[in-house]
Design a protein around this ligand. Sequence first.
Ligand SMILES: [Zn+2]
Length: 302
Amino acid sequence: MFNNIIGNELNKQVLKNIVKNNNISHSYIFAGISGIGKFMFAKEFAKAILCRENVEKPCNNCKSCESFNNLNNPDVIIIDEKENSIKTEQIKDLTNNVLEKPIQGNKKIYIINNSENMTKEAQNTLLKTLEEPPEYIIIILIANNENLLLNTIKSRCVTITFNKLSNDEIKQYFKHTLEVVDDNMLNAFGGSIETALILKNKKEIFAQIDEIFKNIENMNELQILNIKDTIFKDKDDVFYILDYINTIFYDKIIKNIYNAEKYVACIKIIENTKLRLKKNNNYDMAIDNCLFTIERSLETNG
Ligand SMILES: [Zn+2]
């Protein structure tokens, strides 16, 4: 069990024991940043719970494991967001569906991916099922940010917290594919395989960011505002780019502690920009404002 998943060794043991001792709760939260394997853990856990072999679960041989591996085990239901949120209707479907007994085995498992994106109404709808679950039901909420879940939901679930992966674990993951990346980049992965997979193909843009931001104090206003046309072209990458810029500012603080104030201000500006973009503020305006404020901040703080 979990042989193909890297990291979070303690959780592997915890989940193995739960299956071995058949000490399964009705609802779990798998919490932790995205890209560290929570969903894979949940699937493997579900497969093991449903496996009919008694010695080594999951056996990958029994009828349940076989249908699971073929993605057609009728007793596993995966719910995911639609257009960035999990809607009340989706959870209403779930609350109706839980009333039907398992088809193939004796348990029925629901995995709600990105569960923090349930609307408040959806969460309240789910709450009723969590309060009185039919005995054959197990619900696993995958949460990248469990703080967005209602306390009433959290209090009904057993929370298992997943840690970000170490740089060594990430290197291990990419053992056969990853070219050599420098430590700054490895740090930018932030312990997330998902981020690493996206960023490892973008070394060029990161080199560009390095080049620009290592020297940003000496740039004039026009040069700073021009940055937009080079590194902020691709909207899809903006959060990774902003995070990477912050790793450079953190680096500057460490190397230049007596002048830290202005870099702290820059980090705040970047974090603010992330917030604005998450609230769907106009992209161009948010980036223009970010660069303009950074420029001013570097200038006034000398
Ligand atoms: Zn099996």
